[in-house]
Write a protein that binds this ligand. Structure first.
Ligand code: ACM
Ligand code: ZN
Length: 554
């Protein structure tokens, strides 16, 4: 970094067109905005002779070389040669693994008229540099055939870049509605393009169990299908139903394919298996795992069900451990998400087995029973060398050791967890739930779950609460946007709700706060919008301002 800074200073003195100042990185349309950009005169142009030279070619580094090569080949037909080597050549792109770069995901990118040089500590940094290069190439590269007169060139500049947070995620609920594998891969593509590194895949719900578990086939034979679905916006009473059976699931082969695809884009897939609540699809399949014995049907309404896994029944723990064993075999992630949210205690209060457990374990109440449940699962997961993440309700009755908290009911849970030395991922609904409307005017949007989460509000969210001191703030691993799919019936609606709010999460997760500026973000977004259009990605193009806040200001 120091060396780069001195080179940067010399180059500024010699040959600078524009230097960035905090919040003013207008010149280059990159999201998330890099840590530092120095513009210079000139440009680098790709040709059929451009070579990609990599300091060490292996499975991981070749992902970036191949991606860049493909990016150029798609529109131009040029097949860039990829070779191993340590020296730049005129007209080449050199990718170097460089230990002097501090950040695990960081990179430096130097573009001159002669060459492009990328330096990164790890392969992932090379990959992120290629995403920056992609965003700097004309948006026409995303089209199948390059229009005449479009040059594949990059503006000369020096970029030094690294993320603010280690966790930059997007969640997707496939329980309420599920999406084809191709659509999940496009979602992963968009995360990669914006340097996000985690796809949180919410795989089980009251309304559908979506992952094949070999040991318990009824989970998908029965639990993956509901008879019908509540139509339109759910009311307190008098709902109508659509009369259409709905369902489906991902086979283990499909799961492996998606995980491998994400891995090739340096994205970790974080699987979520919900417990003890949001479990009706599982209980419809295996009613003996409930407190009452059922029968149940896969839920047709949204919301929260009173029936949950019985915390007094040993078979429940055997079942969940078996499920998690298959899940851990499919997902190599360090973390396993075990849900933990919205578990009513009504059944446990009346269940003799649950009450016996409370007595035998010396627990005070049903909240401590929930804590017992999660602690037991945590012990199992950590015995396999993994760590659990749970929604902030896992704080109730005492947090399991080693648990990471996803703070969704505001930041309070996250603050409490960080203060007690636990890691935290911020996903407060008010700022990061993309199932809510993105403008006050509902005419230009499909039916949403309600709420109001405009782009400006998402963008302005800072995941390190001022209530935490600097040491406690280090427990905030990052942030995540969440997409609950009650009202997301199609891949198009999924993209419409996800973008561009995902890009705001990406920028907050990566860019130093001092470099953030909403007007400038929207300018860059408008330029990148052409790329999304060319990629065929659907996104909301309406009001990005927080109009409610503007009115309140007046
Ligand atoms: C949640 O929104 N129930 C985590
Ligand atoms: Zn029970």
């Amino acid at each position: 970094m120091k060396l780069l800074l001195s080179i940067t200073l010399i180059l500024i003195l010699l040959n600078t067109e524009a230097q960035t100042s905090p919040g003013a990185q207008v010149s280059l349309p990159i999201i998330p905005a890099p840590v530092s950009i120095v513009r210079q005169t000139g440009k680098f142009t790709f040709s059929a002779e451009t070579k990609i030279i990599v300091s060490l070619l292996n499975n991981e580094t070749s992902l970036s070389a191949d991606l860049l090569s493909q990016l150029i080949k798609n529109p131009s037909g040029y097949s860039l040669a990829v070779t191993e080597g340590k020296k730049a050549q005129k007209g080449s792109v050199l990718m170097v693994l460089d230990n002097t770069i501090n950040n695990d995901e960081g990179y430096n990118l130097t573009i001159t008229s002669k060459e492009v040089v990328v330096r990164a500590k790890n392969a992932v940094g090379l990959f992120y540099a290629v995403q920056t290069i992609r965003q700097l190439l004309p948006s026409e590269v995303e089209q199948p055939v390059l229009k005449a007169g479009i040059e594949l060139s990059l503006p000369s500049c020096l970029i030094a870049d690294e993320p603010r947070f280690a966790y930059r995620g997007m969640h997707l609920d496939v329980g309420r509605h599920l999406f084809p594998v191709a659509s999940i891969k496009r979602y992963i593509d968009m995360l990669a393009l914006h340097k996000m590194n985690t796809f949180h895949w919410h795989l089980t719900e009251d309304q559908g169990w979506r992952i094949e578990i070999k040991k318990y086939p009824r989970l998908t034979e029965i639990g993956a299908y509901r008879k019908e679905t509540v139509a339109g916006a759910q009311k307190k009473t008098n709902n109508t139903f659509d009369g259409k059976p709905y369902g489906g699931f991902y086979t283990q082969a499909e799961v492996r394919d998606i995980v491998a695809y994400a891995t090739s884009k340096f994205i970790t897939v974080l699987p979520e298996i919900e417990m003890p609540g949001h479990a009706i699809a599982a209980l419809a399949s295996y009613p003996e795992l409930s407190c009452t014995g059922g029968p149940f049907e896969v839920r047709k309404l949204w919301g929260v069900d009173d029936d949950v896994f019985c915390a007094g029944n040993e078979h429940v723990f055997t079942f969940l451990q078996d499920v998690l064993t298959e899940v851990m075999d499919l997902f190599p992630s360090k973390y396993i998400h075990i849900g933990g949210d919205e578990c009513p205690k009504k059944r446990w209060e009346k269940c003799p087995k649950c009450q016996k457990r409370i007595k035998d374990e010396g627990l005070k109440n049903e909240f401590e029973l929930q804590s017992y449940f999660i602690r037991r699962i945590e012990k199992f997961v950590s015995s396999k060398g993994r760590n659990i993440i749970g929604w902030d309700e896992i704080l109730e009755g005492g947090l399991a050791p080693g648990a990471t908290v996803m703070s969704w009911r505001g930041e309070t849970g996250g603050i409490e967890a960080a203060r007690s030395g636990h890691d935290v991922i911020m996903t407060p609904g008010k700022y990061t739930y993309f199932c809510y409307y993105q403008s006050e005017n509902h005419d230009n949007q499909p039916l949403a779950l309600g709420g109001y989460v405009p782009l400006e509000l998402v963008y302005g969210y800072n995941p390190t609460p001022k209530e935490l001191n600097t040491i406690e703030q280090k427990h905030v691993l990052g942030l995540q946007g969440c997409l609950w799919s009650e009202q997301i019936q199609t891949p198009e609606i999924l993209e419409f709700m996800a973008y561009p709010r995902t890009m705001a999460i990406a920028e907050t997760g990566w860019t130093p706060t001092g470099n953030k500026n909403f007007d400038n973000f929207v300018e860059r977004l408008n330029i990148l919008g052409k790329r999304y259009d060319n990629m065929g990605v659907t996104y909301f193009k309406g009001e990005y301002r927080d109009t409610k806040a503007l009115k309140e200001k007046k």
